[in-house]
Design a protein around this ligand. Structure first.
Ligand code: PEP
Ligand code: MG
Length: 316
C-alpha cells in the first residue's frame, strides 16, 4: 500500500487502466510556479494573467514587463505545456482603463474577451509579449481567450493570434452556455477548448459566483453543468481536438474522475489539489469513470449526482 501511495504521489495523471489525463496547475503568476513544480504538475493549464494588470488600474503593463513575467513561467516547464489565458478583466476584476463604469450588470457586460476586442491594442501587446517570451524555448505554449460566446468571438481571437505571429495553439474557454451548446462551431476556429466551470455554473444557473446566498446553484455537481461539460467534450472528440477543465470542479477528486468519464482530456487546478486528484484517478478505470459520469447525469440534483458517482466508484 505504501508503494502504491508513493507511486501515485508523482508522475502523470493516469487511470488504473492506463488512460492518461494530464494534471496541470492553475497559477496567477511566477510566484505560484514552485508549488506547481513541487506537486508534479505536467504544466500549467490556466495562467491567469490578470495579476500583472492589478498593480495599476489606469494603464496596461508595458510589453517588457509582460515578457519578463511570462518568460519566468515558460522557462519553468521546459518540455511541458503552458496555457496562458489572455486578460480577463471586468465583472469581479474591473480595470479602470478597460471596464465601463456604468454597467448595470457587469457580469453580463463588457468583460473578458469583449474588453480585449474593444481595446485591440491591449490584446496585441499581450500577444506580442508572449511571442517574445517564448522565443527559443521548447515549451508547448497554448493561448486561450476567456468568455468566448460564439464562433465570431473565437474567430476574432484566432485572427489576433495569427496576426501576432504566435507559434502556439490557440483555444477558447467555455464559460458561457452558448459556447458549450455550439462547441463544434467554435472548434472550426480554434484548436482546443477549456471549460471554466466557475463562470459556466454562474451563467448556466443565473447565480452570481460572488453571492453566497445562491451558492447551491454554483455547485459543479449540478447535472445541468455536467451535461454542458459532456456536450463540449463530445464536440472536441468529434473534431479530434482537446477539451480540458480549468475551473474549481477539476480540484474535487471524485468529480475529476467523473469529468474524465465525460471525456475531458486534461484537468487543471490549484497545485495543492493535484496529489489528491492523481491518487483518485489511479484507483479507477476509464470505464468506471464513464459509468460514474452516466450515473451522475441521470440524477436531478448536485447532491444526488455526487452520491450516485460515489456509489459507482466505491462499488456499492
Ligand atoms: C472559471 O470561470 O472557471 C475560470 C477558470 O476562470 P476564473 O475563475 O478566473 O473566472
Ligand atoms: Mg472565468
Amino acid at each position: 500500500a505504501r508503494r502504491a501511495a508513493l507511486s501515485a504521489s508523482t508522475g502523470p495523471g493516469v487511470t488504473a487502466d492506463g488512460h492518461t489525463v494530464p494534471l496541470l496547475a492553475n497559477i496567477g503568476g511566477p510566484a505560484d510556479v514552485p508549488a506547481a513544480v513541487e506537486a508534479g504538475a505536467e504544466g500549467v493549464g490556466l495562467f491567469r494573467t490578470e495579476f500583472l494588470f492589478l498593480d495599476d488600474s489606469e494603464n496596461a503593463p508595458s510589453e517588457e514587463k509582460q515578457v519578463a513575467a511570462y518568460r519566468q513561467v515558460l522557462e519553468a516547464f521546459p518540455e511541458g505545456r503552458v496555457v496562458v489565458r489572455v486578460l480577463d478583466a471586468g465583472a469581479d476584476k474591473p480595470l479602470d482603463f478597460l471596464t465601463p463604469a456604468d454597467e448595470p450588470n457587469p457580469a453580463l457586460g463588457v468583460r473578458g474577451l469583449r474588453s480585449l476586442l474593444d481595446h485591440p491594442e491591449v490584446l496585441r501587446t499581450q500577444l506580442a509579449a508572449l511571442v517574445k517570451a517564448s522565443e527559443g524555448l521548447s515549451v508547448h505554449l497554448e493561448v486561450m481567450a476567456p468568455m468566448v460566446a460564439d464562433r465570431a468571438d473565437a474567430k476574432a481571437f484566432a485572427d489576433a493570434c495569427r496576426e501576432a505571429g504566435l507559434h502556439a495553439k490557440f483555444g477558447a474557454m467555455v464559460e458561457i452556455p452558448s459556447a458549450a451548446l455550439r462547441a463544434r462551431s467554435i472548434l472550426q476556429e480554434v484548436e482546443f477548448l477549456s471549460l471554466g466551470t466557475n463562470d459556466l455554473a454562474q451563467y448556466t444557473f443565473a447565480a452570481d459566483r460572488q453571492v453566497g446566498a445562491v451558492s447551491r446553484l454554483q455547485d459543479p455537481w449540478q447535472p445541468a453543468l455536467l451535461d454542458l461539460v459532456a456536450l463540449s467534450a463530445e464536440a472536441a472528440k468529434a473534431e479530434g481536438k482537446s477539451c480540458g477543465v480549468c475551473g474549481e470542479a477539476a480540484s474535487d477528486p471524485l468529480l475529476a474522475s467523473v469529468l474524465t468519464g465525460l471525456g475531458v482530456t486534461s484537468l487543471s487546478m490549484g497545485a495543492a489539489s493535484i496529489p489528491y486528484v492523481r491518487a483518485a484517478l489511479a484507483k479507477f478505470t476509464l470505464a468506471q469513470c464513464e459509468r460514474a459520469a452516466a450515473a451522475a447525469r441521470a440524477t436531478d440534483s448536485a447532491e444526488e449526482a455526487r452520491r450516485a458517482a460515489q456509489a459507482v466508484l466505491s462499488g456499492e
